[in-house]
Design a protein around this ligand. Structure first.
Ligand SMILES: Cc1cc2nc3c(=O)[nH]c(=O)nc-3n(C[C@H](O)[C@H](O)[C@H](O)COP(=O)(O)OP(=O)(O)OC[C@H]3O[C@@H](n4cnc5c(N)ncnc54)[C@H](O)[C@@H]3O)c2cc1C
Length: 380
């Protein structure tokens, strides 16, 4: 990939930079609900400014941005210390999935409120016994008049407490092979039959939830991509998840590293050889990650879909970020263990990095099998 921006890309960057300078989201609140409200308000402003989903086609309210422009969008967001929009799962996962598999009526009904943040979306894939092995899921949906009745349990459902719609994968044919009996639904979260129970994390927050679904109703026109086709539709969502977030992750790492370098400088530690060495090593990793993320964009441009680079970037990012927060703790000492402090939070939150969006072991399997061509795990 040519890393020099074209004139059009520079113009896109300058326009966005000017908009972000005029639309400072303000200080980041620490309380969880206030933080979410802050992101929601920022999404409203992005929407009004026409920046909510630059990668969406113009006909659906986006800017039809190229991949490079989308990358520039995330880099500038990071540079301005602006947050990801509140409806990140709708914008990056749900909307693009509907654009591939949805009917015209579904696109008309759902895409607008995703973009404005009026209706928040969550992702109901993982279950207590089906995480990495998603096709093992047990939540069942049976036909009922004009729609479906769904019963089961989901877990780790990020943002479910704020959501109107859930991208839900459920089993509609128990007799079919594991991957074949699944259907992808849009489930209305605002019904008694769907109970959302927040799970408290080590950070004290409840980013994700358990969902208890007891005979919930889903209208027939909320099936996406056809009955029995849920695996393929879910793969579209997962591919968009890794490709969309991969780029922002390296931007976040760079931002944290710059902050840590400032913190070390403020303590006169940049002349300490060990600290300088460890910061230098992290700087190299951050650069490798940035270039690998760009290489991932080239693969999408060339082959029309994300390659295994997304898995590599996610794996490298979680390793590097966990190393970074540990270094922060070493540099700051007890201050990094103080409840409510920025680095105290980062240290605890980073534990989940090697699980969310695909565990490191699964990502290593993908790289081993699809990049290096090694034999599949568990097979002779
Ligand atoms: C912060 C956060 C937010 C999340 N948000 C969502 C969300 O919004 N929606 C959603 O659906 N899910 C969400 N998840 C769930 C996440 O995608 C799953 O946790 C993940 O897929 C792993 O599943 P699991 O937890 O069931 O672990 P398991 O699949 O049970 O794995 C347990 C351990 O075994 C290892 N393992 C499993 N299979 C293999 C194998 N074949 N080879 C080698 N090792 C293996 C794993 O790496 C892991 O260490 C979230 C998770 C986190 C941490």
């Amino acid at each position: 990939m040519d890393l020099t921006f074209s004139e059009g890309e520079l113009a896109f960057r300058d326009e966005l930079r000017a908009w972000l300078a005029a639309n400072d989201p303000g200080p980041e609140p620490s309380a969880e609900r206030a933080h979410y409200a802050w992101r929601r308000e920022f999404q409203r402003r992005l929407y009004e400014g026409g920046w909510a989903a630059v990668h969406w086609p113009v006909e659906h309210g986006g800017r039809g941005a190229t991949l490079t422009e989308s990358a520039i969008f995330f880099e500038e967001l990071g540079r301005a210390r602006a947050p990801l929009a509140a409806n990140v799962l709708g914008l990056l996962l749900g909307g693009p999935t509907l654009m591939v598999w949805g009917t015209d009526e579904q696109k008309d009904r759902f895409l607008g409120p995703i973009l404005s943040g009026e209706e928040i979306w969550c992702q109901g894939f993982s279950e207590p016994d089906a995480g990495s092995d998603l096709a093992a899921l047990k939540t069942r949906a049976v036909p009922d008049g004009e729609g479906w009745r769904v019963t089961g349990q989901k877990v780790w459902t990020s943002g479910a407490q704020y959501s109107k719609w859930c991208m839900l994968v459920a089993r509609t044919d128990g007799a079919a092979a594991k991957h074949k009996g699944l259907t992808y639904f849009l489930m209305d979260m605002e019904q008694e039959a769907v109970q959302v129970r927040p799970l408290r994390q080590i950070t004290g927050e409840s980013e994700f939830n358990e969902l208890f679904i007891e005979d919930a109703f889903i209208a027939g026109d909320c099936v996406v991509g056809g009955v029995g086709n849920g695996w393929k539709v879910a793969l579209t969502t997962l591919m968009n998840e890794r490709a969309g977030l991969a780029f922002f992750l390296q931007v976040l790492l760079r931002r944290s590293l710059d902050d840590l370098i400032d913190a070390a400088a403020a303590r006169g530690l940049l002349s300490d050889d060990v600290v300088a060495d460890r910061l230098g090593a992290l700087h190299v990793k951050a650069e490798i990650l940035r270039l690998t993320a760009y290489r991932g964009l080239t693969a999408i441009e060339r082959y029309g879909q994300p390659g295994p680079e997304g898995s590599l970037t996610k794996w490298m990012w979680s390793d590097a970020n966990q190393e970074l927060v540990q270094l922060a703790a070493d540099i700051l000492g007890p201050e990094a263990l103080t409840q409510g402090s920025r680095w105290g939070y980062e240290l605890l939150r980073a534990r989940g990095n090697s699980i969310e969006g695909g565990t490191t072991e699964i990502l290593k399997n993908i790289v081993a099998e699809r990049v290096l061509g090694l034999p599949r795990a568990g097979r002779e």
